[in-house]
Design a protein. Structure first.
Length: 239
């Protein structure tokens, strides 16, 4: 259930808050969110060739600033970000009590907020003629065998479920897509996905991170990864 926006947000150490935002907004909303962006964000926006991509970037970053501002008690434009070597954004300064991650696909954006490292990924479920080839290249042999064993009508959804689970974890740890081959997800019908690390002998090992699959929309697959079990709350952003 996606709850309406709340002005009074309490984030305990066990909480994970997931926000959903629509990136296709009216011009007045785009302008209002654009006014909160930093100079470098505005410059990044101008580098997009297509208007729709530029507008969605502006809205995505503006929503992020609005959400974080509510937790920190600050104006959205006051927030400062820094970036890891792989481009992962985080709040500048070492004393911030809030960790976050964001992902967007097509017109949908998801934001994960917690008090410990966290990652989130969302993908629009679209036809992929080479889904099996991609799975064979980027997934573990067990993951590939699982997808190959499914009926044709289930293969694409399973591919995106696995992909979002793996990428959410790799975004949480900051490893990026280079680590796709070092992590394995077990998808058992009716069970929560299990995350395992692949050791040098290729046997999967237990991992302290937990995966939570999400269904923000029937046409999307999504997942959030966080170290340790958590209490999830889902919010719908509104300006």
């Amino acid at each position: 259930m996606w709850l309406p926006t709340s002005e009074n947000l309490v984030l305990s150490t066990d909480d994970v808050h997931i926000w959903r935002g629509d990136l296709d907004q009216a011009e007045w909303c785009q302008a209002q969110l654009a006014a909160t962006l930093s100079t470098d964000e505005q410059a990044r926006a101008q580098r997009f060739h297509f208007d729709v991509h530029r507008q969605r970037f502006i809205v995505a970053r503006g929503i992020l600033r609005n959400i974080l501002g509510r937790y920190l008690g600050k104006e959205p434009r006051e927030l400062e970000f820094c970036y890891s070597d792989r481009g992962k954004p985080q709040l500048a300064g070492s004393n911030s009590p809030v960790c976050f991650n964001l992902s967007h696909s097509q017109s949908l954006a998801l934001y994960a907020i917690a008090r410990r490292p966290i990652g989130i990924d969302v993908e629009y479920i679209r036809p992929l003629d080479d889904a099996l080839k991609l799975a064979q290249r980027f997934f573990s042999p067990r993951e590939y065998a699982f997808i190959e064993s499914l009926p044709p009508e289930q293969k694409q959804k399973a591919f995106f479920q696995l992909w979002t689970c793996k990428e959410a974890y790799l975004k949480a740890t900051g490893e990026g897509l280079a680590g796709l081959g070092q992590v394995e997800v077990s998808l058992t019908p009716g069970c929560t996905p299990e995350l395992r690390l692949i050791a040098e002998n290729s046997h999967p090992q237990q991992n302290p991170w937990f995966l939570y699959p999400l269904t923000p929309d029937p046409n999307y697959a999504a997942a959030v990864a966080v170290e340790g079990q958590s209490q999830l709350s889902c919010w719908q952003f509104a300006i």
